[in-house]
Ligand binder design. Structure first.
Ligand SMILES: Nc1nc2c(ncn2[C@@H]2O[C@H](COP(=O)(O)OP(=O)(O)OP(=O)(O)O)[C@@H](O)[C@H]2O)c(=O)[nH]1
Ligand SMILES: [Mg+2]
Length: 219
């Protein structure tokens, strides 16, 4: 797929920046498709359909009078993501501005998988592809956000199976990530989380020079 999120030549009139965000997390418990639909279409469906192709939707927004277009990728991972193929994914990792790791508050395993698997593997993958295919030292680091979803179910769930908010917050803080608890079903805290993410990307991006990501230096 042709990547149009490099901020070089493809801006629509009035759009200053184009950012790209990936949604990452366990099958079902990550609620990635639900996140995409609530943020981009303001629609929520309780029925579950496993995503079998990756796709993205675009959302336009304005922050401090700056018009931004954000492509949010609902990422499909073969074999639940335990297997990666660099060639399949390299174009999608190019010019990546943000990664949202999602878990279900009511499922501790989905949070542990973010900590022990998704975060580590995804950052490793990102760096590997970056180094292997994009020769320039692109040291602009993607903004990271950790999201605990299904806050609507916390009170009615077995508390010993729920993710402790402080544990999740301290993990997010230890990796320099934003952290929010949300309910997609109730549309609670979703816009705040999403807007804070884009604001943080914008800040990082402008501090780094505000030009093509490939020209931005890292670390
Ligand atoms: N109660 C509740 N259910 C939710 C919430 N968000 C999502 N769900 C439900 O959780 C299930 C899984 O959500 P999906 O968004 O399809 O999960 P996914 O990560 O895209 O799953 P895969 O495509 O298989 O990787 C669906 O039945 C959703 O309706 C929420 O905030 N509260
Ligand atoms: Mg899905």
């Amino acid at each position: 797929m042709t990547n149009t999120y490099n901020n070089n030549n493809n801006n629509k009139e009035g759009t200053k920046y184009k950012f790209k965000i990936h949604l990452v997390g366990d099958r079902y418990e990550g609620c990635k498709t639900s996140f995409l639909n609530v943020v981009c279409n303001n629609s929520f469906n309780l029925e579950y359909t496993h995503t079998t192709i990756w796709d993205y939707m675009e959302k336009e927004m304005e922050i401090n009078d700056i018009r931004i277009s954000v492509a949010i990728y609902d990422y499909f991972f073969p074999n639940d993501g335990r297997e990666y193929k660099a060639n399949e994914h390299r174009a999608n990792f190019e010019y990546l501005h943000g990664i949202v790791f999602l878990y279900s508050i009511t499922n501790k395993e989905s949070f542990e998988n973010i900590k022990q698997f998704w975060y580590k593997e995804y950052i490793k993958k990102y760096k590997m592809i970056d180094k292997k295919y994009f020769k320039k030292p692109k040291l602009f680091k993607p903004t990271i956000m950790i999201i605990g979803n299904k806050s609507d179910l916390r009170n009615e769930s077995n508390q010993s199976e729920c993710v402790n908010s402080d544990d999740a917050r301290s993990f997010a803080s230890s990796i320099g990530a934003l952290f929010f608890e949300i309910s997609l079903r109730e549309n609670s805290n979703v816009e705040t989380a999403y807007t804070e993410m884009v604001k943080a990307i914008l800040t990082n991006y402008e501090i780094a020079g505000g030009s093509s990501v490939s020209e931005i230096s890292t670390n």
